[in-house]
Design a protein around this ligand. Structure first.
Ligand code: PFF
Length: 451
């Protein structure tokens, strides 16, 4: 059973792959539009607090129990607490992974269409209105978005079939830094556009009156989504981390990378919006409309656009790989299924659900549940409810049941890492994180803003 699981060849491998999971559409597509809809600067501050005060400890909790147990999300709880009902947390994580991939695949498919559009130079000469129109023409059409979604899921499945090592490690180590360089170049152009300062002000000057309680909830959900925590990805990846690697520094590095990319994502978008004189509440189409506009204002914009959307799809791919790995490792470990069968089964379910998410923008746009399309419902429910509660249960488990000594031992790899910091983190995991996440989660129900 063990040899079926696949493995990473080096310590850097797993860091790169976990960072590859974290950095994705969540940073460049989701963060700017969620920040835009929730007030900009004030949202950003709450977001940063959540990432480092709560996100990092949750990620560490996941790594610690995953490595200790050496299993998938469900098996980890089953193994560490055979008598408890904690395995339900693992099961919820597996469900969350499937649901996230279902709507994420839609947007990942859009990135492929935008590679094609960039190659065909379709953005040339289009103003904001035309770019919005072409985005909505494409996303509402009944065929191509489906085709791209299926292509994307199939691509992910092919990579997973080849095992989790080599391929993903290489992609994460070489192409992600390249994406980073491109993003920096686009940011430089964005901040030098006329009127850019207005966009930067929106992002960096907090206007607390624009932050609602729902905004706080969205910030926590976005932090969990962006760091790939609260659902078992990092438990699964933790099971691949070598025993002698101290965990604390690893999680801080991953969270820092992730946050820098999200910030840069927003720095690309908001000055461009200010330059175009557009609203910051553009919804899911935000980057697909603003980025083509900025490429037009850049020297070499044609090449930039192609490379950018190509690397964005690669960033999405390293995230979807980690999503698919969650149900696949569950089926392999728990049902002794072959990797091949597990991959085929999981990706078929994802494609099936993905069809509904993808059509939410066109044929099924009038089909709503609690006033949300299926896409919105999956997006909102996973990030703000499943990941939030997943994170809550994970810190409660680690803080109160896993044992402080076990946790500190894992964080420091038996005393190799910083013990004082590990002890502080264990206190955060026991008290601060559960209270913080709990308040936000309970508050959601009290104000009735669940959906
Ligand atoms: N963190 C990814 C992103 O920001 O794009 C999305 C994601 C991947 C969420 C894997 C959860 C996950 F398990």
């Amino acid at each position: 059973m063990k040899e079926n699981r696949g493995n990473f060849s080096s310590k850097l491998g797993v860091i790169a792959v976990a960072a590859g999971s974290a950095v994705g559409l969540g940073n460049i597509w989701r963060f700017p539009y969620i920040a835009g809809e929730n007030g900009g600067g004030a949202f950003l501050i709450v977001y940063l607090i959540f990432v480092f005060l709560i996100g990092v400890p949750v990620m560490l909790s996941e790594f610690a129990i995953g490595r200790k147990a050496g299993c998938n999300a469900y098996g980890t709880f089953k193994k560490l607490s055979p008598k408890g009902a904690w395995w339900l947390v693992g099961l919820m994580g597996i469900l969350a992974a499937i649901m996230i991939f279902s709507f994420y695949g839609t947007v990942a498919g859009w990135t492929l269409e935008y590679v094609k559009k960039a190659i065909c130079d379709e953005f040339a000469g289009q103003d904001l209105g035309a770019l919005s129109q072409s985005f909505s023409d494409f996303t509402t059409s009944p065929t191509m978005p489906l085709v791209w979604m299926v292509v994307f899921v199939a691509l992910t499945a092919l990579i997973i079939l080849g095992g989790v090592e080599k391929g993903i490690e290489k992609v994460s180590k070489f192409l992600m830094p390249l994406l980073f360089v491109l993003i920096i170049a686009v940011c430089i152009r964005a901040v030098t556009l006329p009127n850019a300062s207005k966009g930067l002000e929106f992002l960096f000057k907090p206007d607390w009156s624009s932050l609602t309680f729902k905004g706080v909830l969205m910030a926590l959900g976005q932090a969990a989504f962006s760091l790939s925590i609260g659902m078992g990805t990092m438990i699964t990846y933790g099971s691949y981390i070598k025993k002698d690697t101290p965990l604390t520094a690893t999680a801080i590095e991953i969270a820092s990378c992730d946050t820098i990319v999200a910030l840069l994502g927003a720095i690309m978008v908001f000055p461009t919006l200010a330059f175009l004189g557009a609203e910051s509440t553009g919804g899911p189409g935000l980057v697909f409309v603003t980025l083509p506009a900025i490429f037009q204002a850049m020297p070499g914009g044609y090449i930039f656009a192609i490379l950018f959307f190509l690397l964005l799809s690669v960033a999405a791919l390293t995230s979807t790989i980690s999503l698919l790995e969650v149900p696949v490792s569950f089926l392999v470990d728990e049902f002794n299924m072959s990797r091949r069968k597990a991959t085929l089964l999981s990706s078929s379910v994802i494609i099936l659900l993905g069809v509904f998410c993808t059509l939410s923008f066109g044929l099924l746009s009038d089909f709503t549940i609690f006033g949300k399309t299926i896409f919105d419902l999956f997006d909102y429910t996973t990030a703000n409810i499943m990941l939030t509660f997943g994170a809550l249960f994970i810190v409660i488990y680690v803080g109160w049941f896993f044992g402080r000594k076990n946790f500190v031992d894992e964080l420091t790899a038996g005393g190799r890492g910083n013990v004082v910091l590990a002890k502080i983190i264990s206190i955060i995991v026991k008290f601060i994180a559960p209270i913080g996440i709990g308040l936000v989660a309970i508050g959601t129900f009290v104000i009735g803003g669940i959906v």
